[in-house]
Design a binder for this molecule. Structure first.
Ligand code: AMP
Length: 435
């Protein structure tokens, strides 16, 4: 029987070097997160549908992989990780001192229409600061991201920052209930602004659509422009004024770490319905899709029946981060020297295994091949095609002298040396900064 070889629609196969680049991107993320004191959390791939259904937002709810397991439970493949982290917090971590700083690397699933940079399974690297209830924790997300993008050498990107707090403050003042707020924010996220205006005009007599319209147009890097809104437009709305003050203070915090690549966009909302404070996305010039995003969510624990907990966090799209890097001409930094070990006879196996094992301890990646059944010529051509930098050969000649022949594939230089001199030769070829 012939089976289809294409992966299921929206799924992807990754082979080297893409697979390795994606892993490298998550490895660097882990390192940076750990250097900020974050600890790893691992959550299940499958959760009850209800966990996500309550507050993930219209968009994600519609695109979830939902099915019944064999016992008839309605379950879903995780479309994001934050609800699981909150569930785990409520179950296990409540007694921990706050803030609890967690990171995760996880594959997530969304049954969206596949297109450029949009897949049905993709990887997220994320941070959650549980009980991080003040602006400094919002700011830390950006500090960490700056270091991460620096470490992976992403040169051009911008933080687009908005405020769900501001929009929700106005909606609350206009007597709009939480569900309708979520719906309006979903429409704003999709830029269906006419519909928002229509709903406000028809259903909410206290609403001021013109004021909202004005605010949605604000895009600025200037804190004074934001402050001016308070006196010009928002003087009646205390909570909205606080949301603006928070944005101004956040801008100030960002400047403390020399972060200047951001702008405030008050017309921006995010698809996840649990956000209620600052929100942001990471944009890359020339790429229409965002490579990461997050924000403050202060009430998810209560939605799940727990005590209040103020939190903030983000998730990065790893494949999209890779796309952004590729746009800038990225190739994964391969740090290992790669070599091929060719034993030409059965007796050569033992010494070449011993030599390989010693060299591996110095961080050299050594492939073993079968030089007994295929010609040495074939193996040199193999090493060449694969870009292996060093070839090690042991045959009759070498066995008789307790030696190894070493070839530097880049320069063509070749030497037969005593086995215990091999390391010195590699040093002299300046391949590695070896210990
Ligand atoms: P979200 O959980 O929607 O805030 O998404 C966080 C990040 O995941 C986004 O900024 C994207 O970089 C990435 N992302 C979201 N949806 C997809 C998708 N369908 N395919 C690939 N990456 C995605």
């Amino acid at each position: 029987m012939k089976i289809p070889l294409e992966p299921v629609r929206g799924m992807r196969d990754y082979t080297p070097p893409d697979s390795e680049s994606l892993t490298w991107l998550t490895d660097v993320f882990k390192e940076i997160a750990m250097s900020y004191g974050y600890r790893e959390v691992k959550t299940p791939t499958i959760e009850l549908f209800l966990l996500f259904a309550l507050k993930s937002g219209e968009e994600i709810r519609r695109s979830m992989y939902v099915f019944k397991d064999k016992a008839g439970r309605e379950v879903a493949l995780r479309p994001e990780v934050t609800p699981s982290v909150i569930r785990i917090y409520l179950r296990k971590l409540q007694a921990e001192p706050k803030p609890i700083k967690l990171y995760y690397i996880a594959n997530v699933f969304r049954y969206d229409e596949p297109q450029f940079g949009r897949y049905r399974e993709f990887w997220q690297a994320g941070i959650e600061i549980l009980g991080g209830d003040t602006l400094i924790y919002d700011a830390e997300l950006f500090y960490l991201l700056k270091d991460y993008y620096n470490a992976i050498n992403l040169k051009e990107y911008n933080f687009k920052i908005g405020s769900m707090a501001l929009l929700r403050a106005l909606f609350r003042a206009w007597n709009i209930d939480e569900d309708e707020q979520d719906y309006l924010l979903h429409l704003l996220d999709k830029k269906i602004i006419n519909e928002v205006m229509k709903i406000l005009q028809v259903k909410y007599p206290k609403a001021n659509p013109e004021l909202l319209n004005e605010l949605l147009k604000v895009r600025t890097q200037d804190p004074n422009e934001l402050m001016k809104l308070e006196s010009d437009l928002l003087s009646k709305y205390n909570e909205a004024v606080k949301a603006i003050n928070d944005l101004v203070e956040l801008m100030d915090f960002l400047k403390s770490y020399n972060i200047n690549n951001f702008y405030i966009d008050l017309g921006f909302a995010r698809g996840l319905a649990y956000y209620n404070g600052m929100i942001f996305e990471v944009e890359v010039p020339g790429l229409r899709i965002s490579i990461g995003g997050g924000g403050r969510y202060d009430n998810l624990t209560q939605i799940y029946g727990g005590p209040p907990l103020s939190s903030t966090g983000f998730a990065l799209g790893i494949e999209r981060t890779y796309l952004a890097l590729q746009k800038q001409g990225f190739s994964i930094p391969i740090t290992k020297l790669r070599a091929l070990a060719i034993p030409l006879k059965r007796e050569a196996l033992k010494p070449i295994l011993k030599l390989s094992s010693m060299l591996r301890k110095y961080g050299i990646a050594i492939e073993l091949c079968d030089g007994m059944n295929l010609s040495i010529k074939r193996w040199f051509s193999y090493a060449n095609k694969k870009g292996l930098e060093i070839v090690l050969v042991i045959g009759d000649k070498e066995l008789a002298r307790n030696s190894v022949t070493m070839k530097n594939m880049k320069t063509g230089e070749q030497q037969m040396v005593k086995i215990d001199e091999a390391l010195e030769v590699l040093r002299s070829w300046h391949y590695l900064k070896m210990k």
